[in-house]
Design a protein around this ligand. Structure first.
Ligand code: 4AD
Ligand code: MG
Length: 432
């Protein structure tokens, strides 16, 4: 239908009546010997189109053979219809079949694994489209938040020679060297912070995670910030502000998508209205013992189940600070007031999602840094340039990293972080 000006389904619905031309894919179809009912989808909405056999005598055979996911163009008249699923219906006057579809493999009630194997097709589903729209809002809101606070967007290399823990590395054959895909933007960011002071990024991080959990990806989008002169409390303010801003934007912009996903938005609104508690690791152990009868040996990292219990106590996201120094990444500084702990936090979130952000002040004491690196058997020469930064006008600074897919999965209440990204990468899943 050359020369026709097509509008989106949402625009057609806004018009309420009159002639319209739309195009999209068949979402559902059923027929009788007099009519064909097609539900058409585009990126904006769904609408039912009715075709009368007597109007389309010549084309009827191909219309009758239309299957789900075929693409079509339709011209017709839109009108309100209380019985139609979204309250409107189009009486078709012209139809053009653009792309046929033969036995679309995804039918109702298919297993999660099947849907993952067919993600290249499942990505069109209402569920995935809704999540991807929310994902887009999340990225936009993150950038908006940091930009408004005067942060610069800064980029680190994705191929790196420095890391925080050796077990999770993806090796890269880099000419004659063995390097790896970067786990974090942080190290180069700390160097850049000395020029730009306030910086952030949203970029892929790579972790060769052996664990097959619902919270781990091998490639995830890592939102990271680094700021000069910042202390732990200010850093937690920034983390809370970031997540709350994103929540606010998604609640404003994605009502429809949250509804499609069956998300209880009252819970999300509650997270917005209250200040999130901040407790030390010591207090967390005490609470777990007193309220949940869980005894944890001091020095052990908290497991997901324990983090989940803690968020249940408050019904809110919770900051846990001052974890045992010996369990922590080498750059997290010792707290002189409680020397067995470090000046760091994790933000854990309710509803089974647990660790969403990890952050800390940064150690600038070269001696301490060397000691910590040796303790984890890192080669000091690889960290030469990182240690060098602190020789010239070192200042207190801090930063955090947020798992963007975990944030999306938490907001949408997804079963797995794998649904928060278009094409997930895990130990077992590298295709499509
Ligand atoms: O706690 P992590 O490992 O911290 C860092 O990498 C710091 N260098 C960040 C910084 O201070 N700039 O990772 C930060 C966050 C975690 O809290 C978690 O939400 C997410 O990244 N994350 C993952 N998300 C998905 N899949 C994985 N395999 C993840 N590993 C960490
Ligand atoms: Mg962490």
């Amino acid at each position: 239908m050359t020369g026709t000006s097509f509008i989106s389904i949402n625009e057609a619905i806004k018009k309420k009546k009159g002639k319209i031309a739309i195009r999209g894919w068949i979402y559902r179809e059923r027929g009788s010997n007099k009519f064909k009912f097609l539900v058409i989808r585009d990126s904006t909405n769904l609408i039912q189109v009715v075709l009368k056999k007597e109007k389309f005598k010549k084309q009827w055979k191909e219309i009758d053979a239309l299957q789900i996911e075929a693409s079509i163009e339709v011209e017709g008249t839109i009108k309100e219809d209380k019985r139609a699923p979204i309250g409107f219906e189009v009486q078709a006057e012209k139809i053009k079949i653009i792309g046929k579809s033969d036995n679309f493999p995804i039918q109702k009630d298919q297993s999660t694994e099947f849907l993952l194997d067919n993600r290249h097709l499942w990505i069109r589903s209402r569920k995935m489209v809704s999540i991807m729209k929310i994902r887009s809002t999340v990225f936009q809101a993150l950038r908006e938040y940091f930009n408004n606070l005067g942060y610069y967007e800064f980029h680190s290399p994705s191929i790196s020679s420095v890391a925080e823990s050796g077990q999770e590395l993806f090796e890269v054959k880099y000419y004659n060297h063995k390097l790896f895909l970067s786990q974090t933007w942080q190290f180069h960011a700390e160097a850049a912070m000395y020029g730009l002071e306030k910086i952030y990024t949203i970029a892929p991080s790579f972790r060769a995670e052996k664990s097959k959990t619902t919270r781990h990806l091998s490639e995830y989008w890592h939102t990271e910030v680094e700021a000069a002169w910042m202390n732990l409390d200010e850093l937690m303010d920034l983390g809370e502000g970031t997540v709350k801003h994103v929540l606010k934007r998604v609640l404003e912009k994605n009502k429809k998508e949250l509804k499609i996903l069956n998300r209880d938005t009252n819970i999300l609104k509650k997270y917005l209205t209250k200040k999130w508690p901040r407790i030390t690791y010591d207090k967390a152990l005490k609470l777990l013992k007193e309220k949940k009868k869980m005894k944890i040996l001091w020095g052990k990292d908290l497991r997901t189940i324990e983090e989940d219990k803690l968020t249940q106590i408050y019904g809110l996201p919770v900051f846990i600070t001052h974890y045992p120094k010996k369990e922590m990444a080498f750059y997290k500084p010792r707290d002189p007031k409680t020397p067995k702990t470090s000046i760091c936090f994790d933000l854990i979130v309710p509803e089974g999602w647990c660790e969403l952000i990890g952050g800390s002040e940064r150690d600038t004491n070269i001696k301490e840094l060397k000691k910590s690196l040796k303790a984890i058997k890192e080669k000091l020469e690889n960290y030469r340039w990182y240690l060098d930064i602190n020789k010239y006008g070192a200042i207190p600074h801090a930063g955090f990293g947020l798992g963007t897919e975990r944030l999306i999965a938490w907001i949408c209440k997804l079963d797995s972080v794998k649904d928060a990204i278009g094409f997930p990468r895990t130990m077992l899943r590298y295709s499509p």
